[in-house]
Design a protein around this ligand. Sequence first.
Ligand SMILES: *Cc1c(COP(=O)(O)O)cnc(C)c1O
Length: 223
Amino acid sequence: MLVNKDRYSDLLKQLNEYKVQLVAVSKTKSVEAIKELYELGQRDFGENYVQELSEKYLHLPQDIQWHFIGHLQTNKVRLIASFIYLIHGVDSYRLLKEIDKQAGKYNRKIYILLQIHIAKEETKFGLDSKELNELLDIVQTNPLNNVIIKGLMGMASLTGDMELVRQEFRNLRSLFDSISSHPALSTSFSILSMGMSNDYKLALQEKTTMVRIGSLLFGERNY
Ligand SMILES: *Cc1c(COP(=O)(O)O)cnc(C)c1O
């Protein structure tokens, strides 16, 4: 058994109560493990590495919705543009432009989330609220044809201080609510991706709409 089936059904029950979507984070995990979860009905899977994702995509059913949740380099967009469903970590206009261009080549739309920096750590990627506004202003005057901005994504601090994590989630939710009326955004702006194995319960309380969960389902990762 490669996935914890009891945990999966238990998790789904909790998420359904809040009407929250699950992205099963399968990075470093085998095609067989993904198939097990697929057989249980899971269709949304998240990966961090372009090479690994492209490889898995070839060996798994076509109705999987693939999420890219890592930091995507501009020069790698073309490798996943033909099939990627939702890219979570977009934090520059340059990257948006490239996704738009590559999606256009395949005559398809790619959904994206803008990544917001909410953690205390300096190292994490993402925009602050000022940069978010500036980026949306640019999008408003330079519309994108093949990219649809579906929402925001954020990662809380890696800390045992759960009150800090809660506050970071709360700040992100409040930014999400206030920015949604920006003229560059449409009514399809509806996804807030926050919450992982260790902090998803807090994220549920702070009104997330999508959680990204790996180790809880697949076990710890060995890099
Ligand atoms: C790995 C990863 C996850 C899942 O982490 P778990 O702690 O295993 O649930 C979620 N989001 C991002 C961006 C990740 O890189």
